[in-house]
Write a protein that binds this ligand. Sequence first.
Ligand SMILES: Nc1ncnc2c1ncn2[C@@H]1O[C@H](COP(=O)(O)OP(=O)(O)OP(=O)(O)O)[C@@H](O)[C@H]1O
Ligand SMILES: [Mg+2]
Length: 451
Amino acid sequence: MTERVVTVLCAVRGPDETAVVTVLGAAGAAVTVTRRCAELAELLAAAEAGAGVVAVVSVDLPGLDREAVARLRRAGTRVVVLADGHASAGRVSGLGPDAVVPGWPVDPEGLLAAVRDETVAGPTVAEPPVPDGGRPGAVVAVWGPAGSPGRTTTAIELAAALAGLPDRAGTGGAPTASGVRLPTRPGAGVRARRGRRPTGPRDTVLLVDADTYASSVATRLGLLDDAPGLAAAARAAGQGVLDLVTLARHSPVALPGVRVLTGITRPARWPELPASALEVVWERARELVTWTVVDCGPVLEADELLMYDTHAPQRNAATLAALAAADVVVVVGAADPVGLQRLVRGLEDLREAPVAVAGVRVVVANRVRAGAAGPRPEAAVRDALARYAGVVDLHVVPDDPAGADAALLAGRALAERVPGSPARAAFAALAERVRGLVPAARSAIGPATAD
Ligand SMILES: Nc1ncnc2c1ncn2[C@@H]1O[C@H](COP(=O)(O)OP(=O)(O)OP(=O)(O)O)[C@@H](O)[C@H]1O
Ligand SMILES: [Mg+2]
């Protein structure tokens, strides 16, 4: 019987290169080096041409990042990374290779075993820390069709309510995810200081702006938007160096208990948010906080021209990656004739999305008002969505232009600026519903603690 020969693409820098090729080419190794690549582009082209089933790559190969490794794997090539003493284990495993072997000096047996896929254990990945109660946090994607139905408002208010605002805002400085106490704004929390005991649960939350068409969370919360936190976190993830400290550094605390990863400053920067990197961002976020709330863009389709070019960046990758990772998908539609029709179609689009969306769906009709839906607006909206989209448990948020404008003008959440707003109360009820849908995250936190 003839032994199967493993074809290898080699992209190794420095003096290791000759040693690696010699080890792999030794008689009896059942391995053949089919290509010696000088740079990443050559390696990717060879892998995509099917020239080898394994790529041996040195960790310092210029341009090697998580997306490149993912691309090699999509081409059907196993990736063996040769680590050097300078790259941390976290950086190497963060690239997502199939195996890691120490470089200089090359360990011939370890290298051959990795190339032949005989290693028992994969790359060492550090045990991730988990938030608060020991369970990973949950991801909530807030999506809705085009036409500004209120995705960002819903994401901000949901994040605030999950973090326990407005009660949390009024306790004289709220504990943050990093344990630092924030000074509260003048006037905030008057009720709490008068002896009202906070009642809301106090989870830690990360609010992420993943809208690649019209990001607005930074402006809405009065943050500087010149350094998009999400792009920085995605870049670190792509390079395999996104740890919890780095994620926390890129996500300042904007509301008590709520960190924010701001969105891209110009829509043209969407290629900075590839799915392969965002998958790592969601993973780390689950370790950092109890709830990750993602404000998504409105468009779901994958670019048809690029459908067969699986490595091409996709404009809607950030939204699709969030939807694919979400435990709960909040679908927001505007409660007027145009908005409702878009919502009905949007729910169909979501069912046919190019990624599997397994999260539990909660449908929200926002800005419910008689002026746009008739004399009994809530009943009319419920009836329309039950009839045309089969939605029987619609969540309704009333129109509250005065509250929304006051929050907008102040660059704050309704929960902080206008805690008595009827829309705020509806968003708080939405947060309760979301909590009930993810029991593991809920029990990780336990009941509210009053201080
Ligand atoms: N319940 C509400 N009552 C009154 N105004 C609201 C309500 N919800 C949202 N708004 C207002 O509607 C406008 C659009 O809301 P928002 O920015 O949240 O929508 P969006 O879907 O994120 O839009 P975009 O397409 O810009 O991403 C904002 O001015 C906001 O203040
Ligand atoms: Mg928005």
